[in-house]
Design a protein around this ligand. Structure first.
Ligand SMILES: [Zn+2]
Length: 261
């Protein structure tokens, strides 16, 4: 999947992040492995006293995660996942983690916000185990116009480009206004958007944050949405505003597929 991000042109330099809850794949032999790092705090250095993020994440007790390494490139991770990512386990205090892997690669600086999302998902009983942040070009371009920042304006336009977008991204595209990257505020706004029942959340003038059952499904949702944005742009490039499928046609799909929205 990291290789796809690079091929798509969505992962310049060290852009983007992956975290996957791999607890279900951990056996007793793995649990017995010694850590190769000292315990490290999960907390965000800038987290405020009022923030729920960066303190303890009670649903992550003894959970294991694969996460991209800090400063690492997706294209390198695709070739050598264990040299460019970390396998970590959350300690019983739910406030610290340790690295259990081949090499002591420090996890992404976005670890606290990604883990806060995973904590939220587990608390909710969600089957989602993967989170993805990336910079899909056409979707990001949309957010440079106020028109598409209105709630569900982009969702309805993207859904109407081809039936598959409606069917395979049935919760649409959440929208979070511009906030400082890595900030607690951005992480909290992202969780609120996921809680409003979006699988893919757009960060204005930055990128997307997607959650799904596994990392390939997270990628697929972003890929399908970005394809729809490309079709819209292609039509505009031909000099016209695309008609889009009608509301009745999209409702027909929702009924036929039993879609959640
Ligand atoms: Zn980013």
């Amino acid at each position: 999947m990291a290789g796809y991000l690079w091929q798509k042109g969505w992962a310049e330099r060290n852009g983007g992040n992956i975290t996957v809850n791999v607890t279900a794949f951990v056996d007793d032999e793995m649990r017995a492995l010694p850590p190769i790092s000292e315990p490290r705090p999960i907390a965000l250095s800038g987290s405020s006293a009022s923030s729920a993020i960066g303190k303890t994440l009670p649903h992550l007790k003894d959970a294991w995660f694969y996460c991209k390494g800090t400063g690492r490139r997706m294209r390198d991770l695709a070739r050598d996942p264990m040299a460019n990512g970390s396998l970590i386990r959350i300690l019983p205090d739910c406030a610290r983690y340790e690295i259990v892997a081949d090499a002591p690669v420090a996890p992404t600086s976005e670890l606290p916000s990604h883990l806060a999302v995973h904590d939220y998902l587990l608390a909710k009983g969600s089957p989602y185990r993967a989170s993805l942040h990336t910079h899909p070009i056409e979707l990001v371009a949309l957010t440079h116009s106020r028109k598409w920042l209105e709630k569900d304006a982009a969702t309805h336009m993207l859904w109407s480009m081809i039936p598959e977008t409606r069917a395979f991204c049935p919760r649409g595209l959440g929208m979070v206004p511009y906030m400082m990257p890595s900030s607690v505020e951005l992480a909290e706004a992202t969780i609120r958007a996921i809680d409003e029942d979006y699988d893919v959340v757009m960060w204005e003038k930055h990128g997307v944050f997607a959650v799904e059952t596994d990392i390939m499904n997270a990628f697929d949702q972003v890929d399908v949405l970005n394809k729809a944005a490309q079709i819209y742009i292609a039509a505009r490039g031909m000099g016209f505003e695309p008609d889009g499928m009608t509301d009745a046609q999209m409702r027909e799909l929702a009924d036929a597929f039993g879609l959640p929205k």
